[in-house]
Write a protein that binds this ligand. Structure first.
Ligand SMILES: NC(=O)c1ccc[n+]([C@@H]2O[C@H](COP(=O)([O-])OP(=O)(O)OC[C@H]3O[C@@H](n4cnc5c(N)ncnc54)[C@H](O)[C@@H]3O)[C@@H](O)[C@H]2O)c1
Length: 454
């Protein structure tokens, strides 16, 4: 630990002791006590002029697109004007939700040609993210693109280049990075709350069919209602298959498996909290154990990642696990473990657990010491577990993420966009390399600084 880190840790401990109201003397920790604190901040300062209206269009009006759009229009001055989807049923639903006067189409290019649209939200399956993002920025639109930013590792540089060339605002949709929970975790780590980081992990357990991607298929699904040719126009040509359209996550041509769907959120949050640029060694294993429904991706997958030491963090390891045949273990979001404690991080809260430092000395020396000294007087200890919670009424990470997107558009700059194309690529690449490692049965090497496969 360098001098600054050790100073930060001391002042964190001092604040912890003072704010908990405890008398600090020697051992200040007790794992049995807990305390709940509030993370300050319900919303953001939102100032915008009357002519600051932003017109948005949604491309991919399914589950997440609908959530994103509904969150976007909560931001003052944001107006929904158009929707694009390849399935007729989704366009009809869009008109019902957002009004008959919105423009609807099956061709995203028609959206990009319209002069009344400032920004697009792209929530299509993953295999369309790169092309629609690039076409949209080239057409002068700001882009909110769902995660993972790209479908394969090779696609990242083109998106980064398009963002640089066009200067358009580009934000990837891992909403956690804008949440109070992630911000608090970043602040606590920096203040030395868990000491030196050595390990992080995330785990998803799911069991019910819809959560493991067996989505319902609409009764009217057919080539008359779905533009199948457009859907597969950038990938393997195949005859119409409603499973491949409505359950796209299960197939490699369109989805990115557990890693691209779920791990990518953890990479985003972890990189935001630690200021890391990513791992340099990636290994994954797993297999299809139960859901033999034609899917190509595993239903149990493990990932192990080496993060090398950088100027801003020590070397540490990350472990990610996903089990779609486990209905009992419960999902843990992100856990960070350090030499002095750990943090469980969600978007709305952080639970900080401190080690009991009385155990940290050499047991032999401690025994000798206590043999020579009379039993010391007991102390009052500060809490060992502290939960920082967002205030009631907090609108959440998804809302804050949209606020950040529209604030960037209004300020005309990508400067304060955390999850821009470079950040989005650094989160997507290790997730996608995880799948490559699983398929090739070997570790993958990645240069996270220069963003290149090694
Ligand atoms: N940030 C998050 O928390 C989060 C959560 C869920 C999904 N997602 C992401 O959002 C995206 C969409 O996922 P979903 O669960 O909403 O899937 P979905 O199947 O519900 O929706 C996708 C929609 O895109 C349409 N579509 C397919 N190709 C298209 C194209 N070329 N042009 C226009 N529309 C097209 C489909 O008809 C469908 O309505 C994925 O990339 C996914 O990873 C993010």
């Amino acid at each position: 630990m360098d001098k600054n880190q050790s100073h930060a840790r001391r002042s964190f401990l001092k604040k912890l002791v003072l704010t908990s109201g405890a008398v600090a003397a020697g051992n200040y920790l007790s794992a049995s006590e807990s305390e709940v604190r509030k993370i300050i901040g319900l919303g953001r300062n939102q100032t915008f002029a009357a002519n600051d209206n932003v017109n948005v269009a949604l491309i991919g009006a399914g589950g997440m697109g609908t959530n994103d759009l509904n969150t976007a229009i909560m931001v003052p001055g944001v107006k929904m004007v158009a929707a694009c989807d390849l399935y007729t049923g989704r366009l009809e639903a869009a008109r019902k939700k957002w009004g008959n006067d919105i423009f609807t189409t099956k061709s995203y290019k028609e959206i990009l040609n319209r002069k009344d649209i400032d920004a697009v939200i792209i929530a299509t399956p993953d295999h369309w993210h790169k092309q629609i993002s690039i076409d949209a920025m080239n057409a002068g639109k700001h882009v909110y693109c769902e995660k993972p930013m790209v479908h394969s590792v090779d696609e990242g540089p083109e998106v980064i280049a398009a963002q640089k060339r066009t200067g358009k605002v580009f934000l990837v949709g891992s909403q956690g990075v804008s949440s109070l929970g992630n911000e608090k975790a970043k602040e606590l780590l920096k203040a030395g709350a868990i000491g030196e980081l050595n390990y992080a992990e995330g785990f998803w357990a799911r069991r019910d069919p819809v959560s493991v991607w067996q989505y319902p298929i609409p009764d009217d699904a057919s080539e008359q209602t779905v533009d199948w040719e457009a859907y597969i126009s950038n990938t393997t040509k195949r005859p119409f298959d409603k499973l491949r359209f409505f359950r796209w996550r299960n197939y490699d041509d369109y989805g990115t498996g557990m890693a691209g769907d779920l791990y990518v959120h953890l990479f985003s949050s972890l990189h935001f909290i630690t200021d890391s640029v990513g791992p340099d060694r990636i290994f994954s294993t797993g297999g299809l154990r139960f859901w033999n429904d034609g899917r190509e991706c595993p239903d149990v997958q493990l990932g192990a990642f080496d993060y090398p030491k950088t100027a801003v963090h020590p070397a540490f390891n990350l472990s990610l696990r996903c089990n779609f045949v486990d209905g009992t273990s419960g999902t843990t979001y992100l856990k960070l473990v350090g030499s002095e404690g750990s943090m469980d991080v969600t978007w709305d809260d952080v639970t900080l657990k401190k080690n009991n430092l009385s155990d940290s000395g050499d047991p032999f020396l401690q025994k000798q010491k206590s043999a020579n000294a009379s039993e010391p007087r007991k102390k009052i200890l500060p809490p060992g577990v502290i939960t920082y919670k967002a205030e009631d009424g907090y609108k959440g990470g998804p809302y804050d993420h949209m606020v950040n997107f529209f604030t960037a558009i209004r300020s005309g700059s990508n400067k304060n966009v955390t999850e821009d194309a470079v950040f989005g690529y650094r989160a997507a690449a290790p997730a996608l390399l995880c799948n490559d490692s699983l398929r090739q049965k070997k570790p993958m090497h990645w240069d996270p600084v220069n963003m290149k496969k090694v």
